[in-house]
Design a protein around this ligand. Structure first.
Ligand SMILES: CC(C)(COP(=O)(O)OP(=O)(O)OC[C@H]1O[C@@H](n2cnc3c(N)ncnc32)[C@H](O)[C@@H]1OP(=O)(O)O)[C@@H](O)C(=O)NCCC(=O)NCCS
Length: 186
């Protein structure tokens, strides 16, 4: 399965490319079936970029033009070590108070491509993206997942774990993926 890393802001695999969105008008017709997420990608993602709060990446099929099948907005994050201490297998001298992370601030698959493994494929691209050619150290991917059974099951199936149970009754639950678990050359 050939990979090509086309520079730091995009990654291609099997005829698909994950790349930073430059033309936000391509997001105008994106529909994941969730009104809040649609609104974010159609209107707010560009404002988040201008304020340096998040960068948005799209997954597109190389032969289909700039029509995103999945979108994710990413931001830098730091995860406190305390709830993770016994789970990350860190040597005593490297137990810094926080772990560097990238947060999936928003994530959605176009409704026509849901239930077809697009989400797992996009997450695998993201995991690989943050294990190779990084500008800075990044140990975890974090996400505030919608506290709905299908969404939590989706992230769990893709290797994400809960930080703790304190948010079990909140609207979103914080989850993480340990990038050190990723076998390179997927
Ligand atoms: C959650 C989401 C990212 C998962 O991506 P995906 O590409 O659909 O992932 P999968 O192919 O692994 O399918 C995930 C589950 O949704 C089900 N599903 C999703 N769309 C479906 C559809 N149109 N018909 C039938 N099943 C569907 C799949 O069968 C699977 O169910 P399971 O957990 O019982 O096995 C995507 O469904 C989505 O964007 N949903 C709307 C926005 C959202 O909730 N984002 C998450 C914010 S934290």
């Amino acid at each position: 399965m050939p990979d090509s890393n086309n520079g730091r802001n995009s990654l291609s695999r099997d005829g698909w490319t994950l790349a930073k969105v430059e033309d936000f008008s391509a997001l105008a017709s994106f529909d994941c079936g969730d009104a809040d997420l649609n609104e974010f990608f159609r209107r707010d993602a560009l404002a988040h970029r201008k304020e340096l709060l998040a960068e948005t990446y799209s997954l597109c099929e190389d032969t289909a033009g700039p029509y995103p099948v999945a979108l994710m907005s990413l931001a830098n994050d730091a995860a406190l070590l305390k709830p993770l201490k016994d789970r990350l297998d860190l040597p005593p001298e490297k137990q810094y108070p926080a772990r560097p992370a990238v947060k999936i601030a928003r994530f959605a698959v176009h409704r026509d491509f849901q239930g077809r493994n697009t989400g797992p494929f996009a997450l695998n691209m993201l995991k690989y993206f943050f294990r190779t050619d990084n500008r800075t150290g990044c140990r975890l991917i974090t996400v505030d997942a919608y506290n709905r059974e299908p969404v939590l099951r989706f992230y769990g199936r893709n290797g994400f774990q809960f930080f703790h149970d304190k948010d079990a009754n909140r609207q979103t639950r914080v989850m993480y993926f340990d990038l050190k678990r990723l076998a390179l050359g997927l």
